[in-house]
Each structure stands twice: as C-alpha cells, then as structure tokens.
Design a binder for this molecule. Structure first.
Ligand SMILES: Nc1ncnc2c1ncn2[C@@H]1O[C@H](COP(=O)(O)OP(=O)(O)OP(=O)(O)O)[C@@H](O)[C@H]1O
Ligand SMILES: [Mg+2]
Length: 226
C-alpha cells in the first residue's frame, strides 16, 4: 500500500476571539488516497472550511501534523508552503473568486504566471482548459458578463491550470441553482475521471455528497466516516 496523498494526524485548530479560545478542530485524523473523491460534510460552523484551509496550506493547524505527498508541511516556513501549494493544490470556492478586471482567459492564466509558465504556453493551456469546460466561446468576456454557473466553470478551469494533485472545492455549488449545480457536479466527475486528480469537496448538498466515493462528517471537532 502506497503512502496516502494526505495524512492528517491529531490536527487541532483553536481560534482566539478577544479573550476567548474557540476550539474548532479537536483532533482530526484523516488520510486521503491519491485519486480519491471525498465529500466533507457537517453542519454550519462545524469547521469544514477550517479543515479545508489547513488541507490547502492556506492556514496552519494549532497542533498536529500534516503530511502532503510524503512531506510534512506542518512546520515549514511560509515561502516553502506557498511553493508547494502553488504546484500541488487547486482551489474552487463558493463565490468563484475571479478577478473582475481580467478576462476569462487571463483569470485562468494567472496561476501559471505565478509558476512562470511561458506566455504562449499558458495562453494555449488556458484556452484548452476553457474549451474543456465548455467556455471556448467566452475567452474575452469579463467575469461579470457570465452566469454563476459559467463563472464557476472558469474557476474550475483555473483550478486545474497547474495540473494539481489535490483539488479542493469548498461549497462549489452553494451559490448556484439546481440546474447549474448539476452541470458543475457532472464536470467535477468527468474531470476527476480524466485527470485522476484527488478531489475533496465540502458540501451541504446530499447530491454532491452522493457523487463522492467517500463521505466524511465533521462533528464536535472530529471526523466520522460514512
Ligand atoms: N478567523 C476566525 N476567528 C475566530 N473564529 C473563527 C474564525 N474562522 C472561523 N471561526 C469559527 O470557527 C467555527 C468553524 O468555522 P468554519 O468556517 O470552519 O465552519 P464551516 O463548517 O465551514 O461552516 P459553514 O458550513 O457555515 O461554511 C465557527 O464557529 C466560526 O465562527
Ligand atoms: Mg464553510
């Protein structure tokens, strides 16, 4: 059995709010195999986004260890963590987080600019990804000229720009109606099958949870399978 892509051991996260400590994660043990498709579920405020921010190396745990692709990232300096994040992880958010002043094509190029991919190569790859998500006819549009579902498809294309091993999506259908949600859900399933990316999706939506191979519930600061 090979090493899982993600191994969280005894992860805790406590926020400080004024004088009060707010323990959110109280000892998370979680492994995720390369190529898996996992849904993270749980009630509002249970700590799903907190967990995703740690998985995405956007935030550090208060204690515990995070081994990502064989490397312990818990104690690394910020710049080392940023470099690993940029190469290894793609993100999709509920509110899309596209840059309004850039075209669709430029939004998808952006993560490749950070990785210093040559301009012609990144333009070609961005166009191909946008073609793949069905937006080849919208390259010069700005995000505000798109529907919500189209914006999320741009965000998904962007998330794949650097061919991440781990794709993290926090409520990716949370701002969409049921029809647009179904399109996004199908797209994730297709891209998971085509690329073999490890997909972790936070959701309240039972349909999104049902599409995953595995469901993990966050409750009382811990994870429960099933
Ligand atoms: N920066 C912060 N400082 C203090 N408390 C925080 C901070 N971020 C989150 N919290 C608290 O941690 C708890 C978990 O928040 P989190 O955003 O992880 O929940 P969630 O499961 O993603 O909820 P939702 O389903 O509503 O998105 C909440 O009670 C929240 O108020
Ligand atoms: Mg959340």
């Amino acid at each position: 059995m090979s090493e899982p892509l993600v191994r969280l051991t005894a992860i805790t996260k406590t926020y400080r709010a004024g004088e009060v400590d707010v323990p959110v994660l109280r000892g998370i043990d979680l492994t995720i195999d390369a190529g898996a498709h996992v849904a993270i579920m749980g009630r509002s405020g249970s700590g799903k986004s907190t967990l995703m921010n740690i998985l995405g190396c956007l935030d550090q745990p208060s204690s515990g260890h995070y081994v990502l692709d064989g490397r312990d990232v818990s104690g690394l300096p910020d710049d080392a963590v940023s470099a690993i994040r940029g190469r290894t992880i793609g993100f999709v958010f509920q509110q899309f987080h596209l840059l309004p002043g850039r075209t669709v094509l430029e939004n998808v190029e952006l993560p490749m600019e950070y990785q210093e991919v040559p301009a012609d190569e990144r333009r070609a790859r961005a166009a191909a990804l946008l073609e793949r998500v069905g937006l080849g006819h919208r390259l010069r549009h700005r995000p505000h000229q798109l529907s919500g579902g189209e914006r999320q498809r741009v965000a998904i294309a962007r998330s794949l720009a650097n061919q991440p091993r781990l794709l993290l999506a926090d409520e990716p259908t949370g701002a969409l109606d049921s029809k647009a949600s179904a399109v996004i859900l199908d797209l994730f399933a297709e891209l998971h099958a085509e690329t073999g990316v490890t997909l972790v999706v936070v959701t309240h939506d039972d349909a999104v949870g049902a599409a995953a191979q595995r469901r993990v519930h966050v409750s009382d600061g811990r994870v429960v399978e099933g």
